[in-house]
Ligand binder design. Structure first.
Ligand code: AMP
Ligand code: ZN
Length: 146
């Protein structure tokens, strides 16, 4: 698997940097954004290092989206009780990509949260990380139940 030594997300994959993990399998990892716009803001990555869309195999991108889709649904079923979500992928510095390991943002939203969302965009403040990650994992488990 391709990993890059100075990439923070590759360091998270290796376990050399801390992250609040929400989901993991052999190929994909989802963890909380360290500077969340809203509570539960999650990043989905493929484990092998790919910097931009141009470097990402289409089937890997599809699997990233499928996991982002699943996490968005789990946010709604979890006690975070999201009413919706923004799924965003910033491809390249021109599109505000700051971490050069391609990732999909899943940002939970609530009805009437416009002001809180704008404040979150400005402040990007975290907190309750372990509890939040546990709530999302619970939401994923609830999705597996009939
Ligand atoms: P982008 O601007 O689309 O490249 O987003 C990069 C995201 O990665 C930002 O929302 C950062 O807050 C987030 N981020 C940077 N470093 C870490 C980290 N060590 N753990 C979790 N999220 C991070
Ligand atoms: Zn990387």
């Amino acid at each position: 698997m391709r990993r890059v030594s100075n990439c923070i997300f590759c360091a998270i994959v290796r376990g050399d940097a801390a992250a609040a993990r929400v989901y993991e399998d052999d190929d994909l990892l989802a963890f909380l954004d360290i500077r969340p716009v809203t509570r539960g803001h999650t990043l989905v990555i493929a484990k092998p290092h790919a910097e931009r869309l141009d470097d990402l195999a289409a089937d890997v991108g599809s699997r990233m989206f499928a996991l982002g889709h699943r996490i968005a649904l789990a946010l709604g079923r979890s006690d975070l009780a999201a009413d919706g979500s923004n799924l965003v992928l910033n491809d390249g510095p021109a599109a505000f990509q700051t971490v050069p390991h391609i990732h999909l943002h899943v940002i939970p939203r609530h009805h009437g949260d416009r002001l809180r969302f704008v404040k979150g965009l400005l402040l990007r403040r975290g907190g309750e990380t372990d509890t939040t990650a546990a709530l999302i994992r619970d939401g994923l488990t609830r999705m597996e139940q009939p």
